[in-house]
Write a protein that binds this ligand. Sequence first.
Ligand code: URA
Length: 216
Amino acid sequence: MIIHNLDTSNSVLNHFVSEIRDVEIQKDAMRFRKNIERIGEILSYELSKELHFSESTVQTPLGEKIISKVTDNIVLCSILRAGLPLHLGILNYFDKIENAFISAYRHHTSPEEFEIKVEYLASPSLDNKILILADPMLATGSSLCEVYEIMKKLGEIKEIHIVAVIASTQGIDHIANHFPANTHLWVATVDQKLNAKGYIVPGLGDAGDLAFGNKL
Ligand code: URA
């Protein structure tokens, strides 16, 4: 797996990540969603540098200019529901791509044990396409692996790019063993710990709840 941790150099990205982590600022759900969206935009910009380009000519009112543009067919798949603000941010930059949605949630068999349940999938064919998988919190990595097992049946995927906001080192190690070696991981920052419930520490809490409110 090729890991791109954007935290290794300072940028305005730090401000957005700091706000989603901050226990007071994150209470503003609209701001929380907006910051995740902005992080999605920055990660998309970085990711775009690894795509395939070919030259085309643009006609301006005053002349012609040759510009390289992305040629890949891309499908963006987000894991519901926390992935939605990240999905919007990525879509702001790759506005003509296809979209897929999959639900994956933790079904707790005890307070500290869970299995991943997938109940909903809507996706185009993935044949010869770049698959971007958006999951804001890469904690244990189990949901991403479960999702990959399902998505790989939808066609011969050309290349996979995983986009995450916060990843745990344990989660990264886990997915590195499941995804093809040429898979890229784009992450805004990495934390070292998971707690007994599989939450990232210090992390930010429950991204789905912060974006969309508590659930039963
Ligand atoms: N999902 C979240 O929203 N937060 C975590 O820390 C882990 C999984």
